[in-house]
Design a protein around this ligand. Sequence first.
Ligand code: PLP
Length: 361
Amino acid sequence: MAGIEPQPGIMDISLYVGGKSHVEGVSNIIKLSSNENPFGPSPAAQEAVKRSVHELHRYPSTDHAALRKAIAEVHGLDAERIICGVGSDEILAFLNQAYAGPGDEVIHTEHGFALYRIGALAAGATPVEVRERERVTDVDAILEACTDKTRLVFIANPNNPTGTMIGLAEITRLAESLPEQTLLVLDGAYAEFVEGYDGGAALVEERENVVMTRTFSKLYGLGGLRVGWGYGPRHVIDVLNRVRGPFNLSGTALAAAEAAVRDIAYSEKCRAENTRLRAWLAEALAEHGVPSDASTANFVLARFGSQDEAEACDTYLQSQGIIVRRVAGYKLPAALRITVGDEASCRRVAHCIGLFKAGAR
Ligand SMILES: *Cc1c(COP(=O)(O)O)cnc(C)c1O
């Protein structure tokens, strides 16, 4: 259209490609492509969704007080410094919108989550990609890439799609060494899968330049409802609340998330099952000659000898009704990301990869 043009940067965004969910002509699919909880959400969250139908004519809460209080109690945080969003994706978008614009730089790592780059471009800023060290976040490389234009640094810890993470000492060193105008965003989408890890919450409380994001889409099994949250210094939460829409979360989503976070027994059970099955899966794949880095999340990144081999394996798995995730778009063409499913799914995917590697296709 003559004269009607989007803001600079928008047309550089490639459309996000989600995990596949069906294969032509194959029923009974095992979907291991989107890091979803194989057990679904807590029964208490499902009940809350059912109860919420009686309130559908009401506008939802605008301050999310009940959900923030539940999160604060369960995680031992300050409810005043929590913000809730339509998935943590929305919190990431608020951060880009509020802190980055034309002329600013936004750092993400080589195999980092696609949305960091998309969000930076959508805000008109310049995404800057920093190399990792053997699929692990490299703090020194990030610090070397910082300039006086760097406004945001996004790292997922644990990272997706690598599954690796760096320790709190390294994160603290990064936060302490950043330029003064730079905010560090710790994306904790997979933090709940790591026993004894607070996602960086204590660091957020100590410092003015660290924000943590979390989600109900992974451990809590509520990806379909879109609820995430952020924890940050007061000055940042105040800024983000100004760009947040007043009714960004539905009443149904708020009620389900509150019930889910309070069902501690259920989330502990899911975490324990993930830890057990992840170890089993990684070992089974290794026995078939498919190595992976030690994963701290709910997936493993299976490495093959070449891009051709990874693609052939993916094609074979699809013919067997198993969908995993290709990650060539994350600069990992010879790898496949496999979500830790329930026990039957883990056994099935490992068995099929074994057959593939044995050449018995
Ligand atoms: C899944 C995921 C998210 C969470 O997305 P939601 O919008 O909360 O569903 C955020 N960051 C990473 C790295 C993820 O893998």
